[in-house]
Design a protein around this ligand. Sequence first.
Ligand code: ADP
Ligand code: MG
Length: 269
Amino acid sequence: EIIMPRPDHPRVLCVANQKGGVGKTTTTVNLAVALALHGNRVLVVDLDPQGNASTGLNVPHHAGVPDVYDCLIDNTPLSDIAQPVEGIPNLFCVPATIDLAGAEIELVSVVARESRLARAIAAHPEKFDYVFIDCPPSLGLLTVNALCAAQEVLIPIQCEYYALEGLNQLINNINLVRQHLNPTLDVSTILLTMYDRRTRLADAVEQDVRNHFGGKVLQAVIPRNVRVSEAPSYGQSVMTYDPGSRGATSYFEAALEIALRGVDNGGAA
Ligand code: ADP
Ligand code: MG
């Protein structure tokens, strides 16, 4: 039996990269399930109007379901919106519906527009061990809300040629949020995703990323694995869909590393 330590303090991680298709949602869903299956109380906040994290966790998110839009725009408490994830005790999801597509624009004229999500999470009566915020592929006000609500940023990087391109823009935005809105925000974790062992390119990208980000890069690397991409169509994470697959075992290793680092840092990074 593997011991997955629980953090001393609630950890809020923003999963961000303005590039689409790099594995943000897949990482959010699978880390959340891995941590919840090992005794942690975990909340996933789906902050992408596409609602992929809600789909992946099989949480209803059709039009009319109370969603994160209601929290951001109308101040509805998160406890009225969060839904339990079926089959995974201790895991909850704040879904995104199509309503969220308008929020980026509507937020512009709202009071304290950058800190709506931070306030909602802070006001939540129940404390979670982990909150994962799945960001949309942009650097707009939704992502800024996630960066203001989090203590840590987790950046998934796809092992491909243009991997590091565009990351400067994300890092600049994180620095701006740190300077003006959330002084303790830390890029704590980089995760290499969709790694293809057969290509020399993947190896070169890995070396580049490790040289650039040093110890922030998890030792665990997520391979490209068809079971990972099949799981969402069954409304499951790969952790439950095929626990023995290389996708599942590597996401478990990544979750364990994140949990152990949290304890080493004395809780929040
Ligand atoms: P993002 O949220 O950054 O847009 P996703 O997590 O949705 O990225 O991943 C993009 C696509 O790649 C999805 O179809 C997903 O199923 C697939 N995918 C993600 N990680 C893997 C992996 N390790 N192996 C195979 N397919 C993957
Ligand atoms: Mg996504």
